[in-house]
Design a binder for this molecule. Sequence first.
Ligand code: SF4
Length: 441
Amino acid sequence: MNEADSQKLAAGLAKLGWDAAVTPEQADLAVVNTCVVRQKAEDRAAGYLGRLKKLKETREGSLQIAVMGCLVGPRTDELRSRFPYVDVWARPQSFEVVLRHILPEADLGGEFWPDTFPEPTGPTAFVPVVHGCNKFCTYCIVPYRRGRERSRTIEDIAREVESLCASGVQEVTLLGQTVEAYGKDLAPADDGRRADLGDLFAAIHETPGLQRIRFLTSYPRDMTERIIRSIGGLPKVCEHFNIPLQSGDDDVLAQMRRGYTIGEYVEWVQRIRDIVPSASMSTDLIVGFCGETEAQFENSLKVLDELRFDKVHVAAYSPRPGTIAWRHLEDTVPQAEKMRRLHAVEALQERIATELNAMFLDTEQEVLVEGAKEADDGETVYTGRNRANKLVHFRTGSALGTEVSIGDLVSVHISKTTPWSLQGELAGAAVTAQALSHAGP
Ligand code: SF4
């Protein structure tokens, strides 16, 4: 979400005649777009601001510093006294606050923002479709910083996707904190029905140049059967789901106010696998949440073992000031124990991912080429992702000399797998999303 926000601000600055600087030393304006979802991210932003402060001192005031994003809440008094050298504070997506500070005379009204679309930096792009979140999980700062759910209209999103694809983008990832909430706040159509994520997929599916559509992040309760069926029925929509679990224990889930039980979660996963059998799945898990006992943690391991996700993003709980958990729950699990649990999840997941990825051996996978670099032996190794969102590294192999470019959609024969990636050789000419749709292992 922050990457998309940064690109949108960059597009606004470019429209007003500003060029991107290569290094902070050459910049007239440095914008630090911040994340505070975990303490580590907040510490990194603070550390980076410290470096900019030193740079500003050597530049005799010619460098302006703006801070945007989730570090900035409705009140900035404390931030202003902590970082007095910052010139402007802007909440997430408050692009105008930054632009008005540096160019007070600029005309930002009328058609400025509706027509200001990010410039892509490669064949893939993020497109925010619903901002904010209404869920208020007890550990999470997002609803306080990004506000309540607000969906963009289908027309607005479709124009942005068209603009991106006209500049070479092949794959878009539709973003929301809970992306299936898309449309719930939009006005109903004449038939009384509100547009949902399935309608959005259908509306952008035929965009010229677009090969793949992804979506992120899912919230189990908002994932309707209608949306799942639309994913199964539209070939360009990649059948990869990221559905945060957060804990495998009902009592911990209740403390987190996640709004579902483990039984319900398992049912949702099963429903997705029934409707889209080739679906790949990743999840997010927090270990060491307030009061989490060893037995409760073991329940998380059990669920991971049973559901066998392709990937698990695991984080040790860190209290976020201002959240419900920070106000009312005690952070009881020692840091060393949190890290032990985190490593236990990683070890389990390494075994599961090894087994799941091995099923891709000797298959051909559709890969969108996103990068290339020279290996030690002088040959080029290309990198991309398959439809299941697995990282794939490949060489041209027996087709040595074949021209492969960033943005090509190619077929790769998988000859080696690890828990973290698939490796192989170019198997043939570029293929289309339709030709290899829903090709699982
Ligand atoms: S659903 Fe996600 S973004 Fe929303 S409050 Fe819960 S964890 Fe935060």
